[in-house]
Design a protein around this ligand. Structure first.
Ligand SMILES: *[C@@H]1O[C@H](CO)[C@@H](O)[C@H](O)[C@H]1NC(C)=O
Ligand SMILES: *[C@@H]1O[C@H](CO)[C@@H](O)[C@H](O)[C@H]1NC(C)=O
Length: 255
């Protein structure tokens, strides 16, 4: 029944705050100084007052919201010391162009669990995530777990046209990248290439056709065809640009 959550005092011994089952919650104002917050629910206004202790934020947005929209527009600007962000969301509509690129300067580790529904696929461009390199200049570890839940799957082939590229954005911290749900579609490949070329200290790029998020996934997401396409596109187009031998394409399927 909770509709408003306000914690105005610093609670020194509180380490983690979990807000998981408050479907009626409309706003949250936290000044409790907890270093970690895990929130599951719909997108509501969240306010965090100083001192800025929050370093770890995990958000499962229900029912759906644009991932980029959240990071760039809703992620509270006061989270100046945020080091780890884990975000789970389902994209039902296309992404609005990212108007205001606010920087997450302290972010070291980003986990993005991104389900792209059939209705959003036509207007969602995965290469847009390339702007994260610019937005999170200290990021060391990136995990992108995609669930591509659309009917018309098309693997990239050379005759499908030139691959697009984004403006150069050298990144000098990103060393570990794990991309799962990689089924060899053109924009997925373009994003992976952007990372290979621009992450100057990259040590490992794990390409994993299997969808790894905890979301319930439907049969078509895991179809053999998609997994095989993901592997063959990665081997054909990524590995040849992998001059530092950082790419590994995961073979095993299943959890
Ligand atoms: C960054 O990636 C783009 C592809 O999106 C590529 O065209 C560009 O050359 C890369 N930058 C560097 C410094 O390699
Ligand atoms: C995202 O998925 C990973 C891998 O399944 C999981 O460990 C993590 O908790 C998920 N994050 C959120 C916010 O749901």
């Amino acid at each position: 029944m909770l509709t408003s959550l306000r914690i105005p005092h610093c609670l020194n011994r509180l380490k983690v705050l979990l807000v998981l089952s408050c479907p009626l919650l409309e706003d949250m104002t936290l000044d409790c100084g907890a270093p970690a917050l895990h929130y599951r629910g719909s997108l509501i206004p969240m306010e965090f007052a100083a001192p800025l202790k929050l370093t770890k934020l995990s958000v499962e947005l229900l029912p759906c919201h644009s991932a980029l929209g959240f990071i760039f527009n809703e992620l509270p600007a006061t989270l100046l010391r945020l080091e780890m962000l884990s975000l789970s969301c389902t994209q039902l509509e296309g992404v609005d162009s990212v108007s205001r690129l606010s920087k997450c300067r302290s972010l070291h580790h980003l986990i993005l669990n991104w389900t792209i529904s059939d209705s959003a696929r036509g207007t969602t461009d995965i290469l847009d995530l390339g702007c994260l390199l610019e937005a999170a200049p200290s990021m060391e570890k990136l995990e992108l777990h995609m669930v591509m839940d659309h009917f018309l799957h098309k693997r990239y082939r050379q005759e499908d046209g030139e691959l697009r590229s984004l403006p150069s954005c050298p990144h000098s911290h990103l060393s570990l990248v794990h991309i799962s749900g990689f089924i060899g579609e053109k924009d997925q490949l373009e994003l992976a290439l952007h990372i290979i070329h621009n992450a100057t200290v990259l040590e490992a790029l794990k390409i994993d056709p299997w969808p790894r998020t905890a979301n319930p996934v439907r049969a078509r997401v895991k179809s053999e065809n998609r997994l095989a396409n993901g592997r063959s596109v990665a081997l054909a187009f990524l590995c040849k640009d992998d001059h530092r031998s950082v790419v590994s394409v995961l073979e095993d399927v299943g959890e």
